[in-house]
Every structure is written in structure tokens, then in C-alpha cells.
Design a protein around this ligand. Structure first.
Ligand code: SF4
Length: 267
């Protein structure tokens, strides 16, 4: 496969925008194959043809910004939404304005029901997620899963930016699957992408991204549930870092937990 070269990008008027050849975690990003980007574009067009109402669930993380760029620049017409849990970093929320300024379209935003949040906080406190996995999942259910259900209601398919290499819980991630949790089809068009390839695309096309990625956050969720990672740690090690690795899903991709290989679980 041929990598994207500076001359390829110069033809597209983007060579002057190539800032570095590394991802925020220091991985070289020079190996994005041109055919891989083309395959992604074709894949999104195929999804739009098969499921015109398919929608990208964007967490505004690097992978989702890449997909947002591919969707909005590629003209596939696919929808995009994000979940504002009420506990996101300011840097994450600021990306909504950045996307609108760059692409002329703002992702739809779904928020939790205020009453459900209030009742949970009154009953358990504002930081109950640190106390047990059950309380953490209850918070994720209110702030993420229920709004996701609303965002997907009536649709036939959704799209995620999950990759197999992100964590042990995603090692068996299929390219597409019937999502039995939410009752619709699910596409993971970046399933076989590496972190280096994601950042190669971001650098090559000058795709906007969350500045927290440059501060040691390869995976970004809610502010109180995300920390920067140390060198050599799993890219999702900063998510719910106080829990064991096999519980680290929030319910948006519940099936991942059941495909985990015991030998792949870190101690
Ligand atoms: S990630 Fe943390 S703050 Fe966000 S919904 Fe889940 S438990 Fe609540």
C-alpha cells in the first residue's frame, strides 16, 4: 500500500498544514495508506446507501473527529450527534463550535433528563461513580445510555469510532454487527485502524481535535472519570482508572464486555 505523501497532499493544497509526524502519544504517523482513506470513504458511502438514516455517535474524540471530517467532507449525508453528559471537559464541548466553523454543520446534541440527574445526585452524591461499579454504571446509564437510546430511536443503523487496538474489551470488535443491545445495525468503520493511522489522517487533513489529546489523554470521556495516561499504558487506561480493565465500558457498547478474551485482560 502506498502511504499518503507530501506531494499527494500538495496536490490537495494541504502540504503546508502538515505539522508533525507523530501522534500525541509519540507514535509515528507516516504510514497512512492512501488506499485506507479511500476505503473509509467508500465504506461510509456504502453505509449511507444501505442505511440512509445511519448516524455517527461522536464522543468528539480523535477517531470521531476523523469520521466527522470524512462524513462532512465526503458528502455522504450521514448524520452526526454527540452526548453532552453535563460532565464533559470545556475543551470537549468547545469542539462543537470548531466543527460548525470548519464544516458549516453542528452535530446534534442529546442531554440527560435533568430530573433523573438531580435525583441520582441527591440520592448518591455528585461523585458516587468513585464508590462502586454499580453506581458508576447507574450514572452512565442516566447521562449516556438513556440519551443514546433517544438519539438512536427510530433509526436502522449507527456508526462508532471504536478500534480493536483501543483496549482488551475491544479486541474482537467486528467491522459491522447487529447491535442487540439497542436493536439496530452498528458499523465500526475504524475497527482495523491503528492509533498511528488515525493521527496520520488527522495530521494530513488538518482535522480539528481535542487539545487534551496533546496533554496525555488519548481517550477522553467525562472530566471526573478521565485522567491522563502514563507512558506504556493502554490508551483507555485513563478511563475509570480506579476500576479493573474488564468493567471499562459505559453501556454504549455493552457487547464489548462479553467478547473479551480472559488472557487479554491486564492484571
Ligand atoms: S463517565 Fe463518569 S460522569 Fe460520565 S456518565 Fe459515566 S460515571 Fe457519570
Amino acid at each position: 500500500m502506498q502511504p499518503v505523501s507530501t506531494s499527494d497532499l500538495a496536490q490537495e493544497g494541504q502540504a503546508d498544514k502538515l505539522p508533525t509526524d507523530k501522534s500525541p502519544t509519540g507514535k509515528l504517523t507516516e504510514k497512512l495508506p492512501t488506499r485506507k482513506w479511500q476505503a473509509l470513504t467508500l465504506r461510509l458511502a456504502d453505509i449511507a446507501r444501505r442505511y440512509p438514516d445511519a448516524v455517527l455517535a461522536s464522543s468528539l474524540a480523535a477517531e470521531d473527529m476523523l469520521l466527522t471530517h470524512a462524513i462532512l467532507e465526503g458528502g455522504s449525508g450521514l448524520g452526526i450527534f454527540t452526548l453532552d453528559t453535563g460532565r464533559l471537559h470545556a475543551e470537549t464541548l468547545a469542539l462543537l463550535d470548531v466543527i460548525e466553523a470548519r464544516y458549516g454543520r453542528r452535530p446534534d446534541v442529546f442531554r440527560p433528563h435533568e430530573e433523573a440527574v438531580r435525583e441520582h445526585v441527591q440520592a448518591h452524591g455528585a461523585y458516587a461513580f468513585y464508590e462502586s461499579v454499580a453506581l458508576r454504571k447507574a450514572c452512565c446509564e442516566i447521562r449516556k445510555v438513556e440519551p443514546l437510546r433517544r438519539a438512536l430511536a427510530g433509526r436502522k443503523a449507527w456508526i462508532t469510532g471504536q478500534r480493536r487496538a483501543q483496549s482488551a474489551t475491544r479486541a474482537d470488535l467486528p467491522d459491522e454487527e447487529q447491535d442487540t443491545t439497542f436493536g439496530l445495525y452498528k458499523f465500526n468503520p475504524l475497527a482495523d485502524w491503528s492509533e498511528a493511522e488515525v493521527w496520520a489522517a488527522i495530521r494530513a487533513f488538518d482535522i480539528p481535535y481535542n487539545p487534551l489529546h496533546d496533554q496525555g489523554y488519548p481517550s477522553i470521556g467525562c472530566e471526573p472519570c478521565t485522567r491522563a495516561i502514563r507512558p506504556g499504558e493502554d490508551v483507555r487506561a485513563g478511563r475509570w482508572w480506579w476500576e479493573s480493565s474488564d468493567s471499562k465500558e459505559c453501556g454504549l457498547h455493552a457487547g464489548n464486555r462479553f467478547s473479551i478474551k480472559p488472557e487479554a485482560v491486564r492484571s
